[in-house]
Design a protein around this ligand. Sequence first.
Ligand SMILES: [Mg+2]
Length: 215
Amino acid sequence: MPADDFAHVRAWVFDLDNTLYPPAVRLFDQIEVQMTAYVMEALKISKPEADRLRKHYWHTHGTTLAGLMREHEIDPLPFLENVHDISFDGLSPDADLAACIDTLPGRKIVYTNGCAPYAERVLAARGLSGKFDAIYGIEHADFQPKPDHAAFERIFARDGLEPEKGAMFEDDPRNLTVPHTMGMRTVHVAAARADGGHIHHHTDDLTDFLSRLTG
Ligand SMILES: [Mg+2]
């Protein structure tokens, strides 16, 4: 493990969904159900059409919300509140991950395409409350989502984060492209490897990866 690769890192940026909890929890399945229902209601369309649009927006705009805002001028706040109104019963506290995060030197932040209140609830269910110096949601990026360059610029400027001293942990490889361009260390957290020169490291076990960085 090239711990040396991270010796200069003083800002640790973590995505939330499927990064700070295992994808097997499938929290996003619940959110997708909520999103489809919201799209059906907002645009007065059928379920198959709403599902199709959701996937189209995700590919074209990065998130469903970004597509809804850009193509239909949907108000983001009621959308975010509604789609994140889900059960957190599948999440359990992770003391090992919490301990690893504690040992990282410098600033630790969460940056999600969801909203910050949702992130707080997820972190609470994972036993990770209070482990991070800041939690940023899409509302802090003027509702521009990762992977947009402007979204990262906005969040990092707001935090005072120096990308050359930063590391980004993400399950969606698309969201590592801009961090790589900005000079961050990039870590893809997922079961399967993704291709791309913008990914410095891959792990299917975030806790194990972090423990090997800090000894
Ligand atoms: Mg994610």
